[in-house]
Design a protein around this ligand. Structure first.
Ligand SMILES: [Zn+2]
Length: 79
């Protein structure tokens, strides 16, 4: 996970982060590596505090196609 920015100006500390975008990701079903990106979306993770202040992590993650046509997962989310 790469931290892109940290905003501490508001009541909630907002951390913007993303997964490494150039690396192929392993399918969670069969383990095959794929670089075939289906889409991106942002996950909001809110289960943390820093110094008593709530923290929201906006994590940009990729959904990829599995390149193995026999794999039942079809798409998977990179870790
Ligand atoms: Zn697969």
């Amino acid at each position: 996970m790469l931290v892109a920015s940290v905003d501490v100006s508001g009541p909630v500390v907002v951390i913007q982060a993303r997964t490494r975008s150039r690396d192929p990701a392993g399918c969670t079903g069969c383990g095959a590596l794929s670089e075939w990106v289906h889409s991106r979306y942002v996950r909001h993770l809110t289960d943390a505090t820093v110094g008593g202040r709530p923290v929201r992590i906006d994590l940009s993650v990729r959904r990829l196609y599995c390149e193995d046509p026999a794999c039942p997962k079809v798409t998977f989310v990179s870790r």
